[in-house]
Write a new protein. Structure first.
Length: 221
């Protein structure tokens, strides 16, 4: 290995920037970038240096934040455009439309990256699970479930019930949450089931598909 390259590695491990190393050794920054591009430890140093520069320069930090916002906006727009193309081949599938209407009526309507449906009816959870897995091809290991239970309900028993009733593997069930009801006798026999996927891509697509489905169904009448 070239002596200047060995020295460059030493300086980089001392958390020197490309500009500093280039100035000290007279090596072009493009050459340094080629040497370090596959080194994970160097990438970590790059990120650390970037954070230091950002926090020491409010203008640069603002510019980085603006660039990141624009980058993510472009990514989200790409998700929506892909959803529009996919809708053309899915719109005649009644199971696809049923899943969308189920989510539209019973799913969460908050912004963010989570697609969640909550219900006490196992059949609704089962249908939405099949919609996710069979129709829009979400891998089962990306789909999770958790239960909302009253203190007098046994966690294992309720999970087994919901697993059998919905066809969802017990391995997909997360920790249950217990609550104390206001009424001493009124209870939901098996608790409340929450099925969810953490995916901004799917969130953007679901929103787009529902908008398109509304227009499509109205035009059919």
């Amino acid at each position: 290995m070239r002596k200047d390259r060995i020295r460059a590695y030493e300086l980089r491990r001392q958390e020197k920037s490309y500009s500093e190393i280039s100035r000290l050794l007279g090596i072009p920054k493009g050459t340094l970038a080629g040497w370090f591009k596959n080194e994970e430890w160097s990438k970590q140093i790059r990120d650390q240096l970037g954070e230091k520069v950002s926090f020491s320069s409010p203008k640069k930090l603002a510019a980085i934040q603006k660039a990141n916002k624009q980058r993510w906006a472009k990514i989200y727009q790409g998700y929506r455009e892909e959803a529009e193309r996919e809708f053309e081949s899915l719109k005649t599938n009644p199971n696809f439309l049923a899943g969308l209407m189920l989510y539209w009526g019973e799913g969460d309507n908050q912004k963010g990256s989570q697609v969640k449906l909550t219900n006490t009816d196992p059949m609704m959870i089962r249908l939405f699970y099949l919609f996710l897995k069979k129709i829009i091809k979400v891998p089962p290991d990306k789909i999770a479930v958790w239960l909302l239970l009253y203190p007098d309900l046994k966690d294992d028993m309720q999970k087994n019930f919901w697993s059998r009733a919905t066809g969802i593997s017990l391995s997909q069930f997360k920790n249950s949450i217990y609550i104390k009801g206001k009424h001493p006798t009124k209870r939901l026999s098996y608790g409340v089931c929450n099925i969810y996927i953490q995916s901004r891509e799917l969130k953007e697509k679901m929103t787009t598909w529902i908008d398109l489905a509304q227009k499509y169904l109205i035009n059919l009448t």
